[in-house]
Design a protein around this ligand. Sequence first.
Ligand SMILES: [Zn+2]
Length: 185
Amino acid sequence: MTRIYTYGNPVLRVMSVPVKNIDAGLKKMADNMLELMMQKSGVGLAAQQIGKTASIFVMHVPPQYDLDKPEGKRLNPKINTPLVLINPVLDDRQGAQRQQEGCLSVPGIFAPVHRAFEVSVSFLDLQGNQQRLDARGLMARVIQHEFDHLNGILFVDRMPTIKKITLAARLRKLKRATEREIAAD
Ligand SMILES: [Zn+2]
């Protein structure tokens, strides 16, 4: 059973390794990631979060979240998710946004994070085709958050200093719980 690795697990700090072969094993892994993300109502999930280090993440931004404002217009009407992104590269970042972020690996912790408003990402799809997306708003935020995971970076590393101070005790507690879980495995 695939599970989500939590804050304090060293795998979350490992740099991902580019995927060389899109084989049955990788497709199975992508399926597991999609299933787990949907089951947890997440908008994204990266390989490290299931204890793997391949350069792959999945994302799902439902249309009702892909809006410029509540009840507003779709920001990315041409992009349909869920999507699997293999060996993603961020080519371009523009504008700025600051919103609350959370992470399935850091349960219960939310903090504002600065991100680019718009990003371009190149990647391989599950068929091995080179793809490129220009995404805005929440979708751009998810791409940057998941891309960070592939580089061993967590959103808590990017939160404002004051938040780091106020959340330090809760993060320590979460880390200790993860360490106890690893020790019990
Ligand atoms: Zn995350």
